[in-house]
Design a protein around this ligand. Structure first.
Ligand SMILES: NC(=O)c1ccc[n+]([C@@H]2O[C@H](COP(=O)([O-])OP(=O)(O)OC[C@H]3O[C@@H](n4cnc5c(N)ncnc54)[C@H](O)[C@@H]3O)[C@@H](O)[C@H]2O)c1
Length: 247
């Protein structure tokens, strides 16, 4: 896999899975735009690590749920780099609670960032990728979007929405040299899962045939594959990276 001279945008690239994806694509040669919303010092650390590898990198603050922010993000990337070859829609949040206790804001915010954010960024890069006649878009979904989960109806709906969106856009862009796929991680060790109680983690383990949590790098390796020429003939797919949870 070789991404030398290519430009990748990774949303929510300042930590967790997004950070691992940004570093992996950079290791394989790509220049990276690291998007983030808070804690600029985290994004700057990722940028510094990428520059140490000899690649170009910039950190761009933008809330993916806001159309204007996303347009500014894309404008800045276009100003800095000649092409946009890869978009990884990774930014995501959880606001877990049972439906009966869910506030409208919990629903709206999760859908706005996870689902509308994916739509906003994809729409904003599509024109350029169509002109280039090439591009790779990878959306980070979740096994929860496939299986559902108690206390995550908002999150599951956003991730199931991402899967439907991925398949539709893959069909729309298939003749334009643009591959659109989704990766559905299972339970991966990041800040998002750190907050789970030991009890919940133990109960989760009973559903994971491999009996271990995944690492951000496990997800990054699959994203890199989907962004590479090795995955030239793959589009509209959802690849589960979950130790066998969904099969
Ligand atoms: N950790 C897991 O077990 C797991 C499992 C399945 C799917 N996922 C998905 O993987 C992705 C990354 O998750 P993570 O575990 O690394 O989480 P994380 O909380 O560590 O990182 C999330 C990233 O998204 C960014 N972000 C949040 N809101 C944003 C916004 N409005 N605009 C731009 N960026 C924003 C954050 O700044 C952060 O960089 C998410 O889409 C998540 O749903 C994670």
């Amino acid at each position: 896999m070789n991404f030398i001279g290519k430009t990748a945008i990774v949303t929510g690239g300042s930590r967790g899975i997004g950070k691992a994806i940004a570093l992996k694509l950079a290791e394989l040669g790509a220049n990276i735009a690291v998007n983030y919303t808070s804690k600029p010092e985290e994004a700057e650390k990722v940028v510094a690590a990428i520059r140490e590898m000899g690649r170009e990198a910039i950190a761009i603050k933008a809330d993916v749920s806001k159309g204007d922010d996303v347009q500014r993000l894309i404008d800045e990337v276009e100003h800095q780099f000649p092409t946009i070859d890869i978009l990884v829609n990774n930014a995501g949040i959880t606001r877990d609670t049972l439906l009966m206790r869910m506030k409208d804001e919990d629903w709206d915010q999760v859908i706005a960032i996870n689902l509308k954010g994916t739509y906003n960024c994809t729409k904003a890069v599509t024109r350029k990728m169509m002109k280039q006649k090439s591009g790779k878009i990878v959306n980070i979904a979740s096994v929860v979007g496939v299986m559902g989960n108690i206390g995550q109806s908002n999150y599951a709906a956003s991730k199931a929405g991402i899967i439907g969106f991925t398949k539709s856009i893959a069909k729309e862009l298939a003749t334009r040299g643009i591959n659109v796929n989704a990766v559905a991680p299972g339970f991966i060790q990041t800040n998002m899962t750190e907050v789970l109680s030991e009890e919940v983690k133990e109960s989760l383990m009973t559903h994971i045939p491999m009996k271990q949590l995944g690492t951000p790098e496990d997800v990054a390796n699959v994203v890199a594959f989907l962004c590479s020429d090795n995955a030239r003939y793959i589009t509209g797919q959802v690849l589960n990276v979950d130790g066998g949870m969904v099969m």
